[in-house]
Design a binder for this molecule. Structure first.
Ligand code: SAM
Length: 184
């Protein structure tokens, strides 16, 4: 294996490159500066990618990075309302929680909106569809958010969803971790 997996980004890329294919509709629930979206467009090559963020600054940054992709739509909206824009069923979605890198640290995701969006997303997710969520637990707000969302995930029916958690067990200082959800 000629690939180094030492953080959440390389882990998700590893899955996208090796195990995820035939993606028609994808959603980036926290587009931020657009790096995850760019990866989705390059690796998974969906027919359509919807990207959401509540900050204009994030969408402006992403617009520059993603300008060459005509199959990508940037939407200034809370992800809990994504279903008002995405009418198709969904094959792939990603959340990268927390605040905009180099942006306002006080504008962050919150468990309530994430859960509300997840409830609707799970209904619209195709069978075998996949969701990745990256959690940041290096600060107390991120820890509280992760605990609340974990409670929600742990209550999902195992006959309907497989939920995997990938932690970097030997890394110091509470590194981020990834949850992968697949609809059975
Ligand atoms: N995926 C991004 C990238 O590749 O650069 C990083 C995302 S950043 C860690 C989290 C983003 O979530 C921020 O840009 C923030 O504005 C956004 N956000 C926070 N709450 C949100 C919500 N309820 N709906 C949509 N976006 C939200």
């Amino acid at each position: 294996m000629d690939v180094k997996i030492n953080n959440t980004k390389t882990l998700i890329e590893f899955f996208m490159k090796n195990y995820i294919s035939e993606i028609k509709v994808a959603v980036d629930m926290t587009v931020g500066n657009g790096f995850d979206s760019k990866n989705i467009l390059e690796i998974l090559q969906p027919e359509k990618l919807y990207c959401f963020d509540i900050q204009k600054e994030a969408l402006e940054n992403s617009k520059i990075l993603l300008e060459k992709y005509s199959n990508c739509e940037l939407i200034l909206e809370n992800h809990k309302n994504f279903y008002k824009y995405v009418k198709e069923n969904i094959d792939f979605a990603i959340y990268n929680l927390g605040y905009l890198p180099k942006g306002d640290k006080y504008i962050t995701t919150n468990a309530e909106d994430v859960e509300e969006s997840l409830k609707k997303l799970l209904e619209k997710l195709n069978s075998k569809g996949v969701i990745f969520i990256t959690f940041y637990i290096g600060h107390s707000a991120g820890q509280i958010e992760s605990l609340e969302i974990s409670k929600f995930l742990q209550n999902l029916n195992q006959k309907e969803y497989t939920i995997l958690k990938f932690t970097f067990e030997n890394q110091k200082n509470n590194p981020p971790y990834v949850v992968m959800i697949q609809k059975i």
